[in-house]
Write a protein that binds this ligand. Structure first.
Ligand SMILES: [Zn+2]
Length: 180
């Protein structure tokens, strides 16, 4: 499979705090060399597990973007052992318009996995998460909310998995979230 067209402006292996972008080239009428710039923060200190925290998978669910933006601004390298990767607005075009799906291609990111490197903008984002970011992560927390059309009570959820050992670790993490 071809490489992702997305290039990060951060070095995922570097210690310290970095704030940058996942740059996705997107040629369009108002910008031939335009790009979708998805903000990313990396906070790393030494060896340890990697946690990937994501929000804005659906662009009308603002709670994850608010919480993760605050965390990205506050978290320092001395706070962690290992690495925290924060992407507050996964589907950034959708977040910019406050809509569940992308204004560029009507893509519902959560329904676009595993994605395609040569697909639509939304499929390219999904592909980058699937093939580049998830393999870096020991733990993944993707924050959703009700958006414009639903009300959610606070909860944490996991999937039923074929790998029961992995499912047990997921359940432990779910309980550690301490949702009411
Ligand atoms: Zn959602």
């Amino acid at each position: 499979m071809r490489a992702s067209p997305i290039t990060p402006t951060v070095d995922f292996d570097a210690d310290g705090e970095q704030h940058g972008f996942l740059k996705l080239p997107y040629s369009r009428d108002d910008s031939a060399w335009g790009a979708v710039m998805i903000p990313v923060a990396v906070v790393k200190r030494g060896e340890g597990p990697t946690v990937l925290l994501t929000g804005g998978n659906h662009g009308d669910e603002y709670e994850g973007p608010v919480a993760l933006s605050k965390l990205a601004g506050e978290l320092r390298a001395h706070d962690v052992r290992g690495r925290v990767i924060i992407i507050p607005f996964m589907n950034y075009p959708a977040f910019q318009t406050g809509t569940r799906t992308s204004p560029i291609d009507a893509g519902n990111l959560n329904r676009s996995f595993p994605g395609r490197p040569d697909g639509t903008v939304t499929e390219k984002i999904a592909d980058y998460f699937q093939r580049y970011l998830l393999p870096l992560a020991d733990y993944v927390l993707d924050i959703h909310a009700g958006g414009r059309t639903l009300d959610f009570v606070p909860f944490a959820a996991i999937h039923v998995l074929d790998d029961k050992a992995q499912q047990a670790r997921c359940e432990a993490a779910m309980r550690a979230f301490c949702a009411p």
